[in-house]
Write a new protein. Sequence first.
Length: 563
Amino acid sequence: MAVALHPLPASVRDVPPPAQFTYPFCYEPHPLCIAAADEVRRYLAQHPEWRDELQCGKMFGVLVTKAVSLGGVGRGAESLSFLAAFSGTLDGKTQHEYFVPPVFDLMAPGCYFQEEEAAISAINRQITSLSLLLGESENGRLLRAEMERELAEYREQMQQHKAERDAQRRQLSADELAEHEPALIRQSQHEKAEYRRLRQAWEQRIATEDAPLQERREQIAQLQRERHRRSIALQQWLFRQFSFLNARGERRNLTELFHGAIPPSGAGECCAPRLLQAAYEAELHPLCMAEFWVGDSPRDELRQEGHFYPACNSRCKPILAHMLQGLRVEGNPLLYRDTQPLKILYQDGQMAVVEKPHGMLSVPGKDELPSVQSIARQMFPEATGPLIVHRLDMDTSGLMLIALTEEKYHELQTLFLQRRIHKVYHALLEREMPVGQEGDIDLPLRPDIDDRPRQMVDPVHGKPAQTHYRVLGNRDGHALVELRPVTGRTHQLRVHCAHPLGLGNPIVGDRLYGTPAARLMLHAKRIEKRPPSISPEGEGQCQKVSPRGELEGAIYETYEDIP
């Protein structure tokens, strides 16, 4: 299928393209991409037969490209257009004329993958049929149950005879015991030998009954080995077929890109690799790219209709790291944004309370960015403790406790485990809510293993996560809420606000679960420490004191708030 190029709408033809290509893992969509995405939505609206599938949710992507005329009139003139893609399949197909083709089409007629998959499915059916035949034979099971009953009765009889012999020994004198002991021993040995013979006879009878089934068991084992061998071989073959180009014309397949490890399911089938591959094969120059969600949010993860999303980490990061080589790519904006200094609100010889600005890591990451821990090491050079007692997300601002001694670190850790230290957050949500509304959110969470650090709601495998919320007011169309987490799961407040089963109202600036903005409007406003006699659920029972006060029974509160 030839690559399908689409013209950009007239409304953006005068918009200049970006100087550098999109950093796909954290970006603001370029106006050209926004206009192209609107064109894709208009096209989708013309296909009512897809409505039900799209309503369930699907990721789409657009890539704005440049073609340069090399000869004749208009030599050197640039021609901008865009490519469109969908992830996985649409209407049960991997290819549609409006969209770019997959990097490798598993569903192409005559594809070796389909033929080999059909052969493996046939092996599965053989295994199932033979297993059913094995299950039809009840004689062996019935005989074994009968054997166990008879052996149990014989053991009970042996125990009774032993008790009788022991009683007899107690009644005999020493001389009589010496005379009768050999006979008593022979009786015991005879019964044990009879028990062994009885068991062996039963085992032989059962083996004879099962003999016709042994051949089927061997057949099943052989088929299982063959299935495993062919599945592994097919998997490795498939990984080699997904071969990705970059801007330099170099190719790498999935096996090479994941360094021999098994790639995540669906690797190479997302929008971004499809779009870049189509552009390179058509000798088009990529300018900017964006991926957006159409339809409802899946039940277990958060996607908002019409929102733009970064490429997934687990599946796409190794692939795109290769495919972007040779392009001038924007830097990761998270690495280059300015952050405010770390403020000290309280300090004594054992601990400190600091206010972390948004955009600062709590602990060092892979990119050697400044973090609360690294800065605190410089601010408190005499500290002997591990310093960081708890964490805040990089995008979250607010209070953190710093332990300056080993003893204080373990004390504070224990208080957190006992839920005697309680954190209170303020958040600005995307939409207004009734003032005074409050309640509890209970949605178990687990990591999205294919797209870390995103979290998913999972009632089966998720860890318990509870949050109490209260609406404090509304500002310019946004709800200001107080959030009190009972548990401390990663991204708990962000997911609980955004998920339809929570508040269904994402935090402003949430680039993972809502709409990106200049910053995430989530602020750790207050830290409370309650005496042991006060339950974690108690409200208003802590006396407020100055931030310079003692920690016991105090509230540490920032005088700043989310803007």
